[in-house]
Design a binder for this molecule. Structure first.
Ligand code: SF4
Ligand code: SF4
Length: 355
């Protein structure tokens, strides 16, 4: 029998896109240094060196900006670029004399060079209005507004350790953990358009989707629909994706919340979940000034008070949450107490009728 051939889908082979120095020394690197913020220099066991220049982008880019970046790669680098998971663009060069002209060109075209080491690197964000069907805010807009204000922290390495931030445009939060995360927080149960439910929604799927079993099938005006037990509803928004007539997004009641202390890395300390520290912040485009004020305050006290190499979660672990709230001048309310230890019992953890 002939061997079963692989299905040609998924991530393409990266080696074909790598800088020749990287393919030549693949798996044989000795060490790396950061000669200045935004620049990495890797040295291979063979003695070869490669310089990487990292610049911030606005992530959702038009064709002209992408062409401009590609032209810079052709004219000032060695025609090789890559994007980091936080939407920075990196240019690789095999000759140190190319580094400064490349930096000058990037900065003159409006792309800040930085985001390495103990800096505030680019904020990771979820898809927002451009690509997703359920956002209550524009995550990329929050990123742009905030990074304009945190420009100095991006181009310098003045933080105790790296600061990863993320923004998410619904409460489901496909954005993940971060040292500081800005997430949507719904505060009112969904409003149901009963005329549409029967035509649009698969009702058992919607009922099964609710983590606290607050949704029941119901007949409304003789038509099959749904009802929500508002006393149980935790306003998570999980019913809205499978059932758009259960609209939960609202300009007034969809607020923003800030969470701190999450990290995926297990360097020095274990990975941690971020915790809620500020809630009910107005979702106020296009500059989200209330969010920016709180973020800058948290970053400021972290920078002042943390020891070298302490990530935000390590710093809070050392000083304790009461001191964190004291220093950051954020009010501590009853909403900060639930640590979800009881979630196994209080949330619907059944795997039945889940698709
Ligand atoms: S955070 Fe929510 S709304 Fe935003 S892209 Fe992810 S799933 Fe969609
Ligand atoms: S918002 Fe969440 S808790 Fe409320 S009814 Fe919908 S799925 Fe259930």
């Amino acid at each position: 029998m002939p061997p079963r051939m692989p299905i040609e889908s998924g991530v393409p082979d990266p080696l074909q896109y790598m800088h020749p120095i990287m393919t030549k020394n693949y798996g044989a690197w000795k060490y790396h240094e950061r000669p200045r913020p935004g620049v990495l220099c890797h040295t291979a066991k063979s003695g070869d060196q490669i310089w990487t220049v990292r610049a911030g982008t606005q992530r959702q880019m038009d064709l002209y900006t992408i062409r401009k970046l590609c032209d810079i790669a052709d004219d000032y680098a060695d025609s090789h670029v890559r994007f980091t998971i936080r939407s920075n663009i990196e240019f690789m060069v095999g000759d140190e004399t190319k580094v400064q002209p490349l930096i000058d060109k990037l900065v003159s075209e409006g792309f800040p060079v930085g985001g390495t080491g103990p800096s505030v690197t680019m904020i990771a964000h979820t898809q927002g209005w451009l690509h997703c069907d359920i956002p209550a805010s524009d995550a990329s807009g929050v990123v742009k507004a905030l990074m304009d204000e945190l420009h100095e922290e991006f181009i310098n390495e003045n933080m105790p350790n790296r600061v990863h931030m993320s923004t998410s445009c619904c409460q489901i939060n496909c954005g993940g953990q971060a040292d500081i995360a800005i997430n949507i927080q719904h505060t009112k149960p969904p409003k149901i358009n009963h005329d549409l439910v029967a035509n649009v929604c698969e009702r058992p799927t919607v009922v099964a989707r609710c983590p606290v079993a607050a949704i029941r099938p119901a007949l409304v005006n003789g038509k099959p629909s749904l009802e929500v037990d508002e006393k149980k509803c935790i306003c998570c928004g999980a019913c809205f994706p499978p059932c758009p007539p259960m609209q939960i997004n609202d300009p007034e009641n969809s607020k923003l919340a800030i969470w701190v202390g999450g990290k995926n890395s297990n360097a020095r300390s274990k990975p941690t979940f971020h915790k809620l520290v500020a809630a009910g912040i107005p979702n106020n485009p296009p500059r989200w000034p209330e969010v920016a004020t709180i973020i800058k305050k948290i970053l400021h006290v972290y920078k002042e008070d943390a020891r070298d190499w302490e990530r935000l979660s390590d710093w809070v672990d050392r000083i304790g949450w009461p001191r964190f709230f004291e220093l950051s001048e954020l009010p501590f309310t009853k909403y900060h107490i639930d640590n979800w230890h009881g979630a196994r019992r209080s949330l619907n953890a059944s795997t039945h009728i889940r698709f």
